[in-house]
Design a protein around this ligand. Structure first.
Ligand SMILES: Nc1nc2c(ncn2[C@@H]2O[C@H](COP(=O)(O)OP(=O)(O)OP(=O)(O)O)[C@@H](O)[C@H]2O)c(=O)[nH]1
Ligand SMILES: [Mg+2]
Ligand SMILES: [Zn+2]
Length: 367
């Protein structure tokens, strides 16, 4: 049977239709079909204190979050597709709903709060950017990989500032050792060397986000792709290569080919969220070996006949990687415990509410 070319629906070339919003697809169209009348669709391009910049068909507008959404703690993030109430008479827009997220980059909450903090949504590929020099830290990369694997987006590791490396091949080899099947690409955002290897990840209607420490060159890379200085960049400190937190607002940019980039502020330290699946994928060597441990639920601490500890003893897995695995496992366990306690607190609250009702009922009926 002959393959028919996919015919374009008329609305896909209509500049006023949501299909003109970068990244819009049939699933979103379906979800949005529940809204009729004065609602329009958009995508969050940047988040400010009280308002968001939103891409709508043919324009960029600002919108505030509805009181109802704020009350239930629903917070749109960059990359979200949202439903807006178009109050043309007031020339204002209000975000009233968030359409289902396909992927969700989140980190653990600091302190007592039990909820994960969503950083950005609907990302296809995440470039984990690191730089040659003091930033390059394999343990930190394992942490990033865990978070990105948990997000549902595809990770790619970029080793930037390769122009500064004495032995570039050695740096790439070392990084590949912890990367599993994640691509590791050497680039120089400043001289634009190696950028052609990134082109396969930058496709029409696909969103690429950049994460990494301050000063690794995320904004320089954005500028390289756009061929102009869209984003401000700044020197790193000479003594420790650390950046100066130049980018302060997470922001979405559109490439002429239809690709979408999200530049992020540099992250000081990122806590894990609910990441046990991400850990298994990041440490797939350990996950595979654990099938050969004597106990199915071996924690690889001190159980006898542990294939993972044997591999460490035989030098197949480095002690540092093994320690990093346990550290991240402990952190993920702590996060899910916090989430559980949060849930219990919530249930207790509901239960309290119920017993009060029961008490009132008792008073009322005299029973
Ligand atoms: N030698 C060299 N320097 C680079 C390269 N890429 C970026 N830089 C420099 O590194 C410094 C930091 O770059 P930025 O792009 O501001 O870093 P960033 O990751 O956006 O930093 P934050 O916005 O603070 O998170 C700047 O001085 C850049 O010129 C590179 O490939 N080689
Ligand atoms: Mg920046
Ligand atoms: Zn084991």
């Amino acid at each position: 049977m002959d393959k028919q070319p996919k015919s374009k629906k008329p609305e896909e070339s209509d500049p006023d239709h949501p299909y003109s919003i970068p990244g819009w697809d049939d699933m979103l169209e379906e979800a949005f079909s529940a809204y009729k009348g004065t609602y329009i669709a958009g995508r969050v391009a940047a988040q400010h204190k009280t308002v968001c910049d939103i891409l709508i068909p043919g324009a960029m507008v600002q919108a505030a979050i509805s009181g109802a959404m704020r009350r239930i703690g629903k917070q749109p993030v960059v990359g979200d597709f949202v439903v807006l109430l178009d109050q043309a008479e007031l020339s204002s827009y209000t975000i009233v709903d968030i359409l289902p997220r396909k992927t969700c980059l989140a980190r653990g909450s600091p302190g007592d709060s039990s909820e994960e903090q969503v950083i950005a949504a609907n990302i296809n590929t995440i470039f984990i950017v690191t730089a040659v020099g003091k930033d390059l830290n394999l343990r930190r990369l394992e942490r990033y990989l865990t978070i990105v694997h948990s997000s549902g987006a595809k990770p790619v590791i970029l080793v930037n500032k390769i122009d500064l490396a004495d032995d570039p091949e050695q740096v790439i080899e070392e990084t590949k050792e912890i990367a599993g099947d994640v691509p590791v690409i050497a680039i120089s955002a400043l001289s634009k060397d190696g950028l052609e290897a990134l082109i396969p990840y930058i496709n029409t209607d696909e969103t690429v986000a950049l994460i990494g420490s301050s000063g690794v060159g995320k904004s320089t890379l954005i500028n390289a792709f756009f061929g102009e200085d869209l984003q401000k960049t700044n020197d790193v400190r000479e003594d420790d290569d650390k950046g100066k937190h130049t980018t302060t607002v997470r922001q979405l940019f559109l490439l002429p080919n239809g690709g979408i980039f999200i530049d992020n502020p540099g992250i000081r330290e990122i806590q894990l969220g609910d990441s046990s699946e991400g850990i298994d994928r990041t440490f797939s060597d350990i996950a595979d070996l654990s099938n050969s441990c004597r106990f199915k639920d071996c924690t690889h601490h001190n159980e006898p006949h542990c294939a993972v500890r044997n591999a460490v003893q035989n030098g197949l897995i480095t002690q540092e990687r093994f320690d990093s695995y346990h550290k991240l496992m402990n952190e993920a366990a702590f996060q899910s415990e916090k989430a559980e306690i949060g849930l219990k607190r919530l249930e207790k609250k509901k239960y309290k509410g119920l017993s009060q009702t029961a008490r009132k009922y008792r008073e009322y009926t005299g029973k």
